[in-house]
Design a protein around this ligand. Structure first.
Ligand code: DX5
Ligand code: ZN
Length: 216
């Protein structure tokens, strides 16, 4: 099975988003990954809903929204109003994760749960049957262009086992430092979805890079 490819807009040219989104529309990208940061949960601020409203209008691919914010449950309506397909919340940001997952699904979106590099896969044992996707961070969230944390490959293996054991249908997405080399190893380990920021948007030929990732 070919991986699902989700380029991350965080590495795009923010002064010329139209050009980059039209490139994504023409490419073999499956989804567009959108990183929302609040400067509290992570040490950076990216873009918010007023910007994403226009991004969503231009983008023809399903939106995969990754909220790196405290209290993401407060923004379910704003995320839904973008036409979002998948809403990802951090395990570390949700005290009542089970309720939050149900609310995302009741709003008509797919629900993803995200783990920081230091959070063990085992923490998902009691929620894996309820989620549509697990997003494993392979860098500490907040910035594009960081180096891939190798231990993520072990986490993909643990998560594959957990999913098989529980009968869950959750997809495994990996985010951070993904390129042709790490992407290939992640797919071999059992990843379903690859997020790529710098690897795509800083490539001389982004459409060709998306094609190469899709062909892994
Ligand atoms: C980081 C974000 C990522 C980021 C990945 O906090 O969640 O989606 O854009 O960027 P690269 O692929 O450059 O590591
Ligand atoms: Zn992300």
């Amino acid at each position: 099975m070919k991986p699902i490819i989700a380029p991350s807009l965080l590495s795009a040219n923010f002064a010329d988003l139209r050009t980059d989104i039209e490139m994504i529309n023409r490419s073999e990208a499956d989804w567009l990954h959108l990183d929302v940061m609040d400067g509290v949960f992570v040490p950076n601020i990216s873009f918010g809903f007023p910007v994403l409203k226009y991004v969503a209008e231009l983008c023809k691919k399903p939106l995969d929204v990754h909220l790196m914010i405290v209290d993401p449950v407060k923004f379910i309506k704003e995320v839904k109003d973008l036409g979002t397909m998948m809403m990802n919340v951090h395990y570390e940001a949700c005290v009542h994760l089970h309720r939050t997952i149900q609310q995302i699904k009741e709003a008509g979106m797919k629900a993803g749960v995200t783990l920081n590099p230091a959070t063990p896969v085992a923490m998902l044992t009691d929620i894996i049957g309820d989620v549509d996707m697990v997003l494993l961070m392979s860098v500490n969230p907040g910035f594009g262009g960081q180096q891939f944390i190798e231990h993520t490959l072990d986490k993909v293996h643990y998560l594959r086992e957990l999913i098989a054991r529980s009968g869950s249908k959750a997809l495994i997405e990996v985010d951070g430092g993904v390129n042709i080399d790490t992407g290939k190893r992640l797919v071999e380990a059992g990843a379903d979805v690859l997020v790529a920021g710098n690897a795509v948007f800083k490539a001389p030929d982004p459409i060709g890079m998306i094609h190469s990732l899709k062909s892994l």
